[in-house]
Design a protein around this ligand. Structure first.
Ligand SMILES: Cc1cc2nc3c(=O)[nH]c(=O)nc-3n(C[C@H](O)[C@H](O)[C@H](O)COP(=O)(O)OP(=O)(O)OC[C@H]3O[C@@H](n4cnc5c(N)ncnc54)[C@H](O)[C@@H]3O)c2cc1C
Length: 397
């Protein structure tokens, strides 16, 4: 299995890094504990720079065909109904794709898993759970629970893309510093026509309120509603019909029984590993960093890790470049995560609620100033669309 790279996890990040490597002629083996790519309703937003990466591999159009183009994102105040529109169309001189693409993350992972199944340089094995990882100077090994018993696989490198509870990260015994929000986040998916309850609703809406904030996102299959829930409420009570009816009453402003397709509770963290590169073992995606979902940056950051890492592994394996390039991957991606993504998502959450540090009104006054000024509005959209973070990454040696 000379030259092979092992990837733990077939989520959006694991399947993407595998495809990026396989397209460069590098043999990859993807090991996934589940029996298929789960119908995961977490991420639904793909940002413009991510679409530009996908375009280089011929993946942008097939994904765009499955999604909804959202050039406009909105901030709203729940009580006054004030709306600030941010239109990425204003950046069409800079962005190849001047819109966010709204598409469920599982559609992306499944599309890539199907491509990997047919790829001459890829193998993807479901029902294969990575249990133990180890490494030496020549490569990395994994012990895996398979339908035929425990097996060992060896490769030149191991990429841990096995999500928030990553076994690869835990086996490395490294720090995952940061914090966990005290409230839980509830997401609901519904086929109800939420646009009928608001004026000029876009596909991406952040509705601010000192206490009762919520997010409304349109995905092709459903509207998705995200609300915070106090920590001391039991999970079974959170997803009960009684509580769900209350949430819809709060969001829609009228009492109505609304059918839901999914009801999911999440604990939300802000964390980044102290190192993404550990000799022959590399961590990417949620295995390496976590942030709140306000802004839709988590999966996109993982896809940017995957792109950066796969380009450097391509140079090392195919063109004999120095392994020191992996240190640059580590420096670039951790700087982006710490300086941009963590800061930005924490700020996005403060903006939508009463943060205790700045008053709700003064936060909104700041946003009104940004919105009213063309240069400030443009800079803000470049940041929210992750364009600035990619530029920053390129500057780090
Ligand atoms: C409510 C919510 C909304 C979100 N919305 C957005 C959004 O709009 N945009 C955005 O960019 N991000 C969003 N995110 C974040 C996004 O969902 C994650 O960042 C993304 O799923 C990370 O992808 P991943 O592939 O790294 O990990 P995962 O998606 O968690 O995939 C990990 C994979 O590894 C497998 N695995 C785990 N352990 C093992 C093992 N031991 N062996 C083998 N396989 C294993 C799992 O089964 C899984 O398939 C949101 C998150 C939440 C909670």
């Amino acid at each position: 299995m000379k030259g092979q790279i092992i990837i733990a996890g077939a989520g959006p990040v694991g399947t993407f890094v595998a495809f990026c490597l396989a397209e460069q002629g590098i043999d990859v083996l993807v090991l996934e504990s589940a029996e298929h790519c789960e119908t995961d309703m977490r991420a639904s937003t793909f940002h413009p720079p991510t679409l530009s990466y996908l375009e280089q591999l011929g993946l942008a159009k097939p994904l765009i065909n499955q999604g909804l183009k959202a050039p406009v994102f909105q901030y709203r105040i729940r009580s006054s109904k004030e709306v600030l529109d941010f239109n990425l169309g204003e950046l069409k001189d800079t962005l190849e794709f001047p819109f966010r693409l709204q598409c469920e993350q599982y559609k992306f992972a499944r599309m890539l898993a199907e491509k990997l199944e047919e790829h001459p340089h890829a193998e993807i094995l479901f029902n294969h759970e990575v249990l133990i990882v180890s490494q030496d100077d020549a490569g990395a090994s994994v012990e895996v629970n398979t339908p035929d018993g425990i097996r060992t696989y060896k490769g030149m490198y191991l990429i841990g893309a096995d999500g928030a509870n990553s076994i690869v990260r835990r086996q490395l015994g490294i720090d995952f510093s940061g914090f966990t929000y005290k409230e839980k986040f509830l997401t609901l998916s519904t086929e109800e026509k939420i646009e009928n309850y608001f004026n000029d609703l876009s596909y991406v809406n952040y509705v601010s309120d000192p206490k009762d904030w919520f997010v409304l996102l349109k995905a092709p299959s459903a509207w998705r509603i995200l609300v915070p829930i106090e920590n001391d409420i039991k999970d079974s009570d959170i997803v009960s019909d009684k509580n769900i009816n209350k949430v819809f009453q709060r969001v829609l402003g009228e009492s109505k029984k609304v059918e839901t397709i999914h009801r999911t509770i999440y604990r939300v963290h802000q964390r980044v590993v102290d190192k993404m590169m550990h000799q022959r073992i590399l961590l990417i995606g949620d295995a390496a960093h976590l942030n709140n979902p306000l802004g839709g940056l988590g999966m996109n950051s993982g896809l940017h890790d995957a792109w950066n890492l796969s380009q450097k592994l391509g140079l090392i394996i195919n063109h004999g470049h120095n392994k020191g390039l992996l240190g640059q991957f580590d420096r670039q991606r951790r700087a982006v995560m710490n300086d941009f993504i963590q800061r930005q998502t924490i700020r996005n959450k403060k903006m939508i609620e009463e943060s205790g540090e700045t008053s709700f009104e003064s936060q909104w006054d700041e946003m009104r100033v940004i919105h009213a000024n063309k240069a400030k509005r443009r800079a803000y959209m470049l940041e929210q669309s992750m364009t600035s973070s990619i530029e920053r990454e390129r500057d780090i040696v």
